[in-house]
Design a binder for this molecule. Structure first.
Ligand SMILES: Nc1ncnc2c1ncn2[C@@H]1O[C@H](COP(=O)(O)OP(=O)(O)O)[C@@H](O)[C@H]1O
Ligand SMILES: [Mg+2]
Length: 268
């Protein structure tokens, strides 16, 4: 069992985080996910608006991936409710899946296919017309600077290239809600920066993006709001600037330090 945090003013109660106006992309109420003796998500309450770029931050093992996996229907919640795009993940997962795109933490691509073939496979799974698949593939490969490598088998790709390909696969169906779980791990700084730009551009298309990361500066630069989680609980919520003002900190790392007394990147 993980230790429970003892932060006093954490935004945990529904009235602290909900502002219902039918403009919610995601509503999480009292969510608990238990794995045998580990409580990975411990009573999470969170609302994410349509068109919002939301950064879910926290140290390793905080429960970010578990939360995303529950929202995507890859894991069943132990307790509580998760509503995605207006649909309850327990009751209407098929509808949820039509609305979302997921870039998983562990890149999963077919090694003996090239990037285009990998993307096409997933486009077909979404029952997209061939022409649409081709158009979006060309556009996304270009935007993520992967066009040149796209006809090579992916077994020779670097970790960063695989992650980019995973991001294209996640976005091929032009989903309304995208979950990007640590999308820039393993990328060199230049590639990481161009990927940030790409993620930021999704906001201009009014897409809802949930980005998990332990790169604090990434979340700070991109997110409309961030939620910091620790031991499966939300301990801070708000626009990065507001949180930094509230905790008189120069960055979110310092916010975390002030709330918990330790560094967010500890143990990575
Ligand atoms: N399938 C699983 N079985 C048992 N424990 C798990 C499983 N998945 C995650 N955990 C545990 O749940 C906690 C949260 O993990 P995770 O959601 O992956 O954190 P994060 O993505 O924030 O690093 C960790 O203690 C992790 O070891
Ligand atoms: Mg994770």
């Amino acid at each position: 069992m993980l230790a429970k945090s003892n932060i006093k003013d954490k935004p945990q109660k529904p009235e602290d985080v909900f502002n219902p106006d039918n403009n919610s992309a995601i509503i999480i109420k009292d969510l608990v996910k238990q794995f045998e003796d580990v409580t990975a998500v411990n009573g999470l309450n969170l609302e994410i608006k349509k068109g919002e770029l939301f950064g879910l931050l926290g140290p390793n093992g905080a429960g970010k991936t578990t939360t995303i996996n529950v929202l995507c229907g890859l894991l069943k919640p132990t307790k509580g409710t998760a509503i995605v795009g207006g649909y309850d993940v327990r009751k209407n997962l098929k509808k949820v899946k039509e609305l979302i795109g997921v870039c998983p933490q562990e890149p999963a691509v077919f090694k003996f296919l090239n990037a285009r073939e990998n993307i096409e496979l997933f486009g077909n799974l979404h029952a997209m017309p061939k022409k649409k698949i081709k158009e979006r593939t060309d556009k996304l490969l270009e935007l993520l600077d992967l066009t040149e490598a796209s006809k090579r088998k992916t077994k020779g790709y670097s970790g960063g290239m695989r992650r980019k390909l995973n991001m294209i696969i996640a976005l091929i169906s032009d989903p309304e809600i995208a979950f990007l779980d640590e999308p820039t791990v393993g990328m060199d700084p230049r590639v990481r920066r161009s990927t940030w730009e790409f993620i930021g551009s999704l906001k201009n298309q009014n897409k809802t993006v949930i980005l998990t990361t332990h790169y604090i500066e990434e979340a700070e630069a991109l997110s409309d709001r961030v939620g910091i989680i620790d031991y499966g609980e939300l301990i801070a919520l708000g626009p990065p600037k507001e949180l930094m003002e509230k905790y008189e900190s120069k960055n979110l790392e310092e916010v975390f330090m002030k709330i918990t007394g330790r560094r967010i990147v500890e143990g990575i």
